[in-house]
Design a protein around this ligand. Structure first.
Ligand code: B12
Ligand code: SF4
Ligand code: SF4
Length: 257
């Protein structure tokens, strides 16, 4: 694959960072083998989209998430266009891996493991290194970046990995986490994070439904006016999922003041 031509195509679409990895350099123990997605896979193209500073730092997380939705929408379309470009241009098969959803919701993983671990893919493609918050820090955009990937049948050499240690262990992310989900080094307590960062996701919805089912008719009338129901509505139908961005927002790595 002509990396530079492909990179150029991606930048023109609006991606902020693009890297390439040979499939053998992508190692994520918990994730499915990428050959279960594309049997002839030989490489990954990884794309990064920066988060907007005003949005990620805002205490109004509706604004933060609306901006994330913009990045996700742009990335979904771009990933499709770039995958199509690779298939057409090189006459090979390629598969588009979006930023976050849909996820495997089977009992074994319950939506906690992506089809491709985009952090491990980003590291393999030279787009960053893991920090104390278990997120990937990019040398240009710091933690304020989300990723997508494309699996392709074309062999490529991986881009040079980031050698510099970008996390200075300042611990700001650990201290700022309202769920204490980062206390143990090298592991995010997923359930703690989920409960606080997605209060109106599946967990919050089930809590509301259980309460509703067990309530008297009078209590049910009151529960129908509970603001939680409207929050759940926004989360489910509009897609407003995360209300916490603290570990991204406080990380000073590679962010100019
Ligand atoms: C499921 C999921 C979650 C779950 C579970 C997270 C988890 N621990 O994996 C929950 C809901 C908790 C979650 C929370 C968040 N998420 Co999330 N999430 C995902 C998703 C969809 C799948 C992740 C996955 O497959 N995990 C399972 C396996 C791969 O994890 P693992 O092997 O156990 O690796 C973990 C540790 O072992 C450790 N680790 C592994 N190797 C190494 C190596 C070193 C050196 C170190 C220090 C650590 C380390 O890091 C991982 C985190 O626990 C990805 C998108 C994707 N497809 O990758 C986004 C993704 C990881 N999420 C992202 C973000 C931004 C968030 C949040 C900030 C929420 C928000 N507001 O956006 C928080 C951050 C939580 C945190 N600090 O860890 C971004 C990260 C971007 C980045 N710059 O790194 C991703 C990549 C989405 C995207 N498209 O960009 N997420
Ligand atoms: S998203 Fe919020 S709750 Fe989850 S790890 Fe980051 S700071 Fe903690
Ligand atoms: S906030 Fe500090 S400790 Fe946490 S990842 Fe960023 S640089 Fe590392």
């Amino acid at each position: 694959m002509d990396k530079e031509q492909t990179r150029q195509f991606g930048y023109e679409l609006g991606a902020d960072a693009i890297g390439f990895a040979a499939v053998e350099d992508y190692q994520s123990k918990k994730s499915p083998d990428p050959r279960t997605i594309l049997p002839g896979v030989k490489s990954l193209v990884v794309l990064g989209y920066r988060e907007l500073d005003g949005a990620v730092e805002s205490e109004n997380t509706r604004v933060s998430f609306a901006s994330r939705m913009g990045a996700m929408e742009l990335s979904l379309k771009n990933n499709y266009l770039m995958t199509r470009y690779i298939e057409d241009h090189y006459q090979v098969k390629a598969a588009s891996i979006p930023a976050s959803y849909p996820l495997d919701m089977s009992l074994e993983v319950m939506g906690l493991v992506g089809d491709v671990s985009l952090r491990h893919a980003a590291v393999a493609a030279g787009l960053g290194v893991f920090g104390r918050h278990n997120l990937v820090i990019n040398p240009r955009f710091g933690t304020r970046i989300i990723f997508t990937a494309i699996l392709t049948e074309l062999p490529v050499d991986s881009d040079p990995s980031v050698q510099k240690e970008l996390c200075d262990q300042c611990n700001l992310c650990v201290e700022a986490c309202p769920a204490q989900a980062l206390d143990k080094e090298g592991e995010t307590d997923m359930l703690r994070c989920l409960k606080v960062s997605q209060p109106y996701g599946i967990g919050g919805t089930l809590r509301y439904l259980r309460q509703f089912i067990g309530a008297s008719p009078e209590e049910q009338k009151a529960l129908l006016k509970d603001p939680r129901l409207l929050h759940i509505y926004q989360a489910q139908f509009i897609g407003f999922q995360y209300v916490c961005f603290k570990c991204m927002a406080v990380c000073p790595a590679c962010i100019e003041a």
